[in-house]
Design a protein around this ligand. Structure first.
Ligand code: FNR
Length: 186
């Protein structure tokens, strides 16, 4: 089974984006194994530590390296990605010459209570990951407006249309990781 490292861009206990990730995880059962990295374990990036990485940042890089793919599930803070997520991306991108994101199969989704579904944050994140050379899945785009009842207490999705749409996203992610593996093996 393919393993996906999930980075939820929120350190909030009741994060709607974590709930969203857990609902996707349930849709992916049997096909993709989701593993989570807690961004709150990372100190703030400091380039003085670039040659002697803190253990948590080294751990992040090891987890990215071991993953078949990375899934970002991001909130939007002031029309961009939250600082905790940018911090993790910065740690992953260094030291110079050891960018963990290069060639990594990567996908992006995000949720917000607002109708725009974290679109500005996701567009920024796409731009960042393209600049870092990730193997970025560009469609389907998922700008999720979080509403009460969208996910139930078991992380199931009662609405059939929403469930079908998000199942399509999971299908695409599984296929995207497969394409990357075939390319690597060729
Ligand atoms: C927000 N929020 C927000 N929402 C949005 O759609 N666009 C935005 O620009 C912002 N800006 C913003 C800034 C800051 C500092 C905070 C704390 C929040 C609201 C945000 O979508 C909401 O808090 C979500 O619940 C955040 O996702 P998590 O943490 O619940 O996953």
């Amino acid at each position: 089974m393919k393993n996906i490292l999930v980075l939820v861009g929120s350190n909030r206990k009741d994060s709607i984006n974590r709930k969203f990730a857990q609902a996707l995880e349930k849709l992916a059962e049997g096909r993709l194994e989701f593993e989570y990295f807690d961004l709150a374990t990372l100190p703030m990036y400091n380039d003085d530590e670039a040659l002697d990485y803190p253990a948590s940042a080294r751990h992040l890089k090891d987890r990215v390296a071991a993953a078949d793919g990375v899934l970002f599930v991001t909130p939007e803070h002031n029309r961009s990605i939250p600082a905790v997520l940018k911090n993790a991306i910065d740690w992953g991108s260094r030291p110079w010459g050891e960018n963990s994101w290069t060639g990594k199969p990567t996908a992006i989704v995000g949720a917000s209570p607002g109708a725009m579904g974290a679109i500005a944050a996701q567009i920024h994140l796409r731009s960042i990951m393209v600049s870092l050379g990730a193997f970025l899945m560009t469609s389907p785009e998922v700008y999720l407006q979080m509403k009460p009842g969208l996910f139930d207490e078991n992380n199931d999705i009662p609405n059939e249309d929403t469930r079908a749409f998000l199942t399509g996203f999971v299908d695409s992610l599984a296929a995207w990781v497969g394409v990357a593996q075939e390319r690597a093996a060729a």
